[in-house]
Design a protein around this ligand. Structure first.
Ligand code: PLP
Length: 403
């Protein structure tokens, strides 16, 4: 079991001087809170050794190099990659997917298969390549309740060069059957990339067990610093990718008319990096690794089940995704036909400091297709308490009465 009280003590934002001012934070799918350990690791860098990694051979530089190396090792172990060289630090999931889209060497006519529930980060890069060079973007329809349809997938994967799908959806919390998807795709000769932005913070992701070719995630959704992320690729595939950002730190040597690229991961990490962020991300990995993900999932389910059950008693509220909260990770995304859910979110914050997200959650394509205007999304994490869920429901009911 999780000791939520103890966990909450690590998050300063949840412990203001006046307890009445503590937010009821239910927006972790957008941005997770940061434990003190992460903040302190970053402050330590800025205060005590704010130098370059890998370039300058002085004491401060050596310390940064060692800390960045350690962070890479921690990430390698966290996702069970084979080698540290498979871990590329990025700014976020979006950058990881763009790196792939612009480095894979896709050509006119190549087919990329995605699902109909992708975040814009895993839709726009492919549509743009379609418009620029003429790749074909195929969309795999999911079931009515948002769960993955392996039959549709098996039919559509034929001829695809790459499958790029979300692992856990930020729209409805559904986790796609990654292992089956990857197996089927490999049998069909396609490579597979997973958008793991919402899975990595909540469940054990083992890249070798999945046999996934590429994986992108963000540090800021897993207790890490804002603007940090990771792109993983099997080393033999990374060796073949041609980086789209080049310059300092990506090359072994240059002359006025030639350059020799470094191997992965250096060839993908152009210029000076966000060392404080990378070190903080390593600390977030360390922090998360102390918990068994099974207990995080159980805890989120308990809160999700309570909220789902209460919302299901209100006839006009519709929950996006499967009815069963077990299938929705820590996410409860809901709407009322014909209602702008943004005003619910604003009122919840004004009335009781309850912070949720409203809008189209960067999955505009899905909302357009379903003709749903927008929704309000609660997203839970390991620091949320049952009281948060109860406060949310109590205030939501008050708003429904007012409106
Ligand atoms: C499923 C999913 N994919 C991709 C992203 C993009 O993440 P980032 O903005 O950190 O690049 C998000 C962010 O909400 C997400 O939820």
């Amino acid at each position: 079991m999780l000791n939520v009280e103890k966990i909450r003590a690590d998050f300063d934002v949840l412990n203001p001087e006046s307890p009445a001012k503590a937010p009821v934070y239910l927006d972790s799918a957008c941005m997770s809170l940061k434990p003190r350990q992460v903040v302190e690791a970053m402050n330590d860098y800025y205060a005590n050794y704010p130098a370059c990694a890998g370039r300058s051979s002085h004491k401060l530089g050596d310390k940064v190099t060692k800390k960045v190396k350690k962070a890479r090792e921690l990430v390698t172990e966290f996702i069970n990659a084979k080698s540290d060289d498979e871990i590329i630090f990025t700014r976020n999931t979006t950058e990881g997917i763009n790196l792939l889209a612009n480095s894979l060497g896709l050509q006119k006519g190549d087919i990329v298969l995605i699902s109909d529930k992708e975040h814009n980060s895993n839709l726009v890069p492919w549509l743009r390549l379609r418009d620029k060079i003429g790749i074909v973007v195929r969309i795999c329809p999911t079931n009515e309740d948002g769960t993955f349809n392996l039959d549709n997938f098996s039919q559509l994967v034929s001829g695809a060069k790459l499958v790029s799908v979300v692992h856990t959806s930020n729209l409805d919390g559904v986790t796609n059957p990654a292992k089956e998807i990857i197996k089927i795709a490999h049998q069909a000769g396609a490579l597979v990339a997973l958008d793991a932005a919402q899975s990595i913070p909540h469940k054990k992701v083992d890249v070798r067990d999945l046999d996934v070719d590429f994986l992108a995630f963000s540090g800021h959704k897993m207790l890490g610093p804002t603007g940090t992320g990771v792109f993983y690729g099997k080393l033999e595939l990374l060796e073949k990718l041609s980086p789209f950002l080049v310059g300092g730190d990506t090359v072994e040597s240059t002359s006025y008319d030639s350059y020799k690229m470094l191997p992965a991961p250096e060839k993908f990490e152009a210029g000076l990096q966000d060392y404080a962020g990378i070190i903080g991300l390593g600390e977030a990995v360390k922090y998360l690794s102390q918990f068994d993900f099974k207990y995080i999932a159980e805890h989120e389910f308990k809160l999700n089940a309570y909220i789902t059950n209460e919302l299901q008693k209100i006839p006009k509220i519709k929950i996006i995704g499967p009815e069963d909260p077990k299938l929705r990770s820590g996410i409860v995304n809901f709407y009322i036909d014909g209602t702008d859910m943004h005003k619910f979110a604003v009122m919840l914050d004004e009335m009781a400091g309850i912070e949720i997200r409203s809008g189209r959650h960067c999955v505009h394509s899905w909302f357009e297709n379903k003709k749903i205007y927008n929704s309000a999304r609660v997203s839970l994490y390991l620091y949320n308490m049952m009281e948060d869920a109860e406060t949310f429901i109590t205030n939501l009911k008050k708003i429904l009465e007012i409106l």
